[in-house]
Design a binder for this molecule. Sequence first.
Ligand SMILES: Cc1cc2nc3c(=O)[nH]c(=O)nc-3n(C[C@H](O)[C@H](O)[C@H](O)COP(=O)(O)OP(=O)(O)OC[C@H]3O[C@@H](n4cnc5c(N)ncnc54)[C@H](O)[C@@H]3O)c2cc1C
Length: 297
Amino acid sequence: MSINTRRTFEGPNRTGEQQLNFLPRIARRDLDVVRAEEITPRYRRIVLTGDVLAEGYPLVRFACNDHIKVYFPDPQTEKIVAYREIGNDEWELDSVDGEPIRRDYTPRAFNLEARELTIDFVIHEHGVAGLWARRAKPGDEIVVMGPRANWLLPENYTHYWAVGDETALPAISRLIEEAPEGAHITAVVEIADAAEEQQIIPAPGVSVDLHWVHRDTDPVGRGHGSALETAIRGVEVPADTSDLYVFAAGEAGAMKPIRRYLRRELDLPKRQLAVDGYWKRGVADHDHHTNTFDDEH
Ligand SMILES: Cc1cc2nc3c(=O)[nH]c(=O)nc-3n(C[C@H](O)[C@H](O)[C@H](O)COP(=O)(O)OP(=O)(O)OC[C@H]3O[C@@H](n4cnc5c(N)ncnc54)[C@H](O)[C@@H]3O)c2cc1C
């Protein structure tokens, strides 16, 4: 499917596969940091506000694959370059001076009354976004564009697996918090060490078996034979695999053997999977739309 195909689907999604509901237009939101909270030593919750949020924000339930483009200030000039709408869904850069610096993030929460949009950031030293999040303080400006669509997960499975590294933790947390009643979720999350474990409270009537995989000395996103892959191979597979849906996201190279295991060894059809490479080791601004997996060539 082309990403530009304007599909509409309104929930609840009981079709057995992910459905996209494209929004009528992409919105730009100029926001300020209202507060930053330390979740763990390497995770910061950044809460954003702005008058534009009084109009609402399209955060819908059980759509943890939703993502927004966050535009960051250039570390040299401290200026944000983003797009502004000049006509009916026509956009141009709001400055010819500099390039946009943007990364994908998961909208973690939205509170209409307080006009607050929350994003949880992994803190790391290697990129603009990781460094920005480390230093973010009240009053800092940021631009958020999108989402372009709501990615509605199917609600008609009994078993869900939610798998990923820390970049997928906001999405995995949402999956657990928003799952349909009666769902049994097995979550396997690779993090640096025990200090990075977060509390996740499941939706009512949802049972969760949560496994934290401590990377400890392994570099993040080691790929084949990663601690994450080993842990997933150890998870008990439901007797009826047609009643299992898997969401998996994290470092692109690390996702490949996991997807291969799900497709080739467990024989899960594509419709029962949403696997995405959220970032790529050694690559700045990895475009997750370019992820390729063996069975997709
Ligand atoms: C759909 C989607 C949703 C996402 N949601 C979130 C989210 O909610 N929270 C979140 O923290 N991230 C999330 N990510 C991942 C985030 O977009 C990337 O980690 C992004 O590369 C960070 O940008 P950066 O400027 O810090 O690093 P970049 O400039 O993109 O990369 C610079 C260097 O840093 C490395 N790098 C990038 N990310 C990490 C990392 N996490 N740990 C170690 N090294 C890294 C790269 O490999 C590269 O070598 C999401 C990605 C996608 C596609």
